[in-house]
Write a protein that binds this ligand. Sequence first.
Ligand SMILES: NC(=O)c1ccc[n+]([C@@H]2O[C@H](COP(=O)([O-])OP(=O)(O)OC[C@H]3O[C@@H](n4cnc5c(N)ncnc54)[C@H](O)[C@@H]3O)[C@@H](O)[C@H]2O)c1
Length: 359
Amino acid sequence: MISKTEGESAPSRSAAPDARTKPFALLACEPRVAESVFSAEAWQRLGACVRIDPQRCVRRFDDELLAPDLAACEILITGWGSPRLDAAALARMPRLRHIVHTAGTVKLFLDPAVLASGVVVSSAAEANAIPVAEYTLAAVILGAKRAFTLADRLRAGRVDEAGTHRDLGGLPWLGTRGLTVGVIGASRIGVRVVRLVRTVLDARVLLHDPYTDAGLTADPGVRRVGLDALLRGSEVVTVHAPLTAETTGLLGARELALMPDGAVLVNTARGGLVDTDALRAQVLSGRLDAVLDVTEPEPLPAGDGLFGAPNAFLTPHIAGALGNETARLGDLAVDEVERIAAGRGPRHQVDAASFGRIA
Ligand SMILES: NC(=O)c1ccc[n+]([C@@H]2O[C@H](COP(=O)([O-])OP(=O)(O)OC[C@H]3O[C@@H](n4cnc5c(N)ncnc54)[C@H](O)[C@@H]3O)[C@@H](O)[C@H]2O)c1
């Protein structure tokens, strides 16, 4: 442990970590989370740059048994299931300079007071964005192919007039050629979705974000527009904004009614961005299709009409990192810890100034 001499004042939170000795790091998350995000190689890399006990996981910041560890902690590695970290917890960690989060949003456990204190927080949201963007691309393609409706027809044994098992009757349009995809939110995920759509598909993008275009409009196939214009002009709309006071109910009855007949709504962001009752009405009438990885409430109650709708495809919040994808989160976190231990700043710092409008 880095010792503190009698009477020595706590180092300022903005000071660079001591590059001569390995910083002292602590885990604060569910133990099984640390096991799943860090591969054997990741543990080796961590052990090479910080002093850390893989068996020790803080579950409560007021745990007196851990008080000496907390007092020495310079880097806190958090993740799913981290205990709430507020000013009182911070007071127990006077040497803390960095929090490295091995998951996406830090809002679930981090009091904004911690960001204001000067502790540098970084998150693995960028690594979590990869599978969400991949899922979204798949949803755009399968939605445009009417795969969910047609799979339902196949299951039901429907046949077309010629008797073939591919009954395309009554579909408003089908296919990805020349598609217009509306992307709401030039977020980490939104940026990846725009790039994938523009690279993989013959499609143009309408982008809506009140705060930034994230440089995406340098591509002539991407046009930044207001929300109403996006909804009116897109055959597939995909939502990638965070749930904030401003975005709650962003897509209500009025907005959904602006979407053209047969349009597909993809939501991998948060259920609260969309008015579920208004969407259910549009889907059950057959006017809109939906691919929903998130809903409000989540999950929907058993028997909700959306579950039985052939033109809706619902998944249980699986777009983000799961299974073999979680190692990406750990690898990004280890990269950050290595940078910090070497006296450099993290690459994925959470920006205190935009905390209110990010995920
Ligand atoms: N389904 C999953 O498993 C899963 C996994 C990760 C993230 N998510 C969700 O995906 C969404 C995007 O996450 P992220 O990390 O890419 O976000 P982010 O924090 O990187 O970006 C937020 C973006 O939204 C923009 N924004 C804010 N208000 C807006 C508004 N009113 N209209 C349009 N854009 C607005 C901001 O300007 C910013 O560009 C979030 O809702 C997040 O919770 C879901």
